[in-house]
Design a protein around this ligand. Sequence first.
Ligand SMILES: [Zn+2]
Ligand SMILES: [Zn+2]
Length: 256
Amino acid sequence: MNYSLIDTHAHLTFDRLYQRVDEIVEHALDAGFNKIVCICTNIEEFDRALIIQKKYPKLLDIALGFHPSDLFDISETDHERLEQACKQHEIVAIGEIGLDYHYEGTDVEMQKELFIRQMKLANTYDYPILIHMRDATKDTLELIEEHCKTKFLMHCFSGSKETAKVVVTMGGYISFAGPLTFKNARGLLEVPAVVPMDKMFIETDCPFLTPHPFRGKENEPMYASYTFAKLVELLGVDAKQLADQMQENYKRFFKL
Ligand SMILES: [Zn+2]
Ligand SMILES: [Zn+2]
């Protein structure tokens, strides 16, 4: 293979993946990956990610941010640690952050507050943000429009072509995950065509959302190559050209 791939969203610190992280890294390297962004949603995960990064400094970059689903578990000490991580440049992005209205029993106002606070932090230290948006398209885009002064990426994009167009118009980036390969992908298949190649990424969001034909198996970074192959097919482009473009995008988007 004459090109390299990047998984921009992997939860390598989740117990099941963390326990076999060396094997997972080996698989990823064999599959041609030269970069994985380890997404940390709390400080415990961040501590683990720093340990993995010590072993694989070239391969691993880290993002840290407080997920809307963990709303009630985040303390002031956690916010201070995130700010320290920004100051010390231990991370390449803040995320995943955003809004998730999928589950009952959440507090929408608290979610918005948490999201805005982290966007302001990103503005202060000039970090790009990685957005988690589930069943909350309108509110999420409105808050980004109002508060985000840095670059943003919609992770695991599963919205419509119309939403993708809005994101692109706002200057946002879009990352595709396993659902693009699913047999029921339907409308999602029309999305890549409206996203410029210089605004495009792939990811696993592992351990979730394993690409076809491995659904049912635990996801890990190497499987993002299947999402990549699907993108190449849909766009009708040369694989090396797209992969090289994503390497460029990586350098431009993340705070390296
Ligand atoms: Zn997410
Ligand atoms: Zn995630």
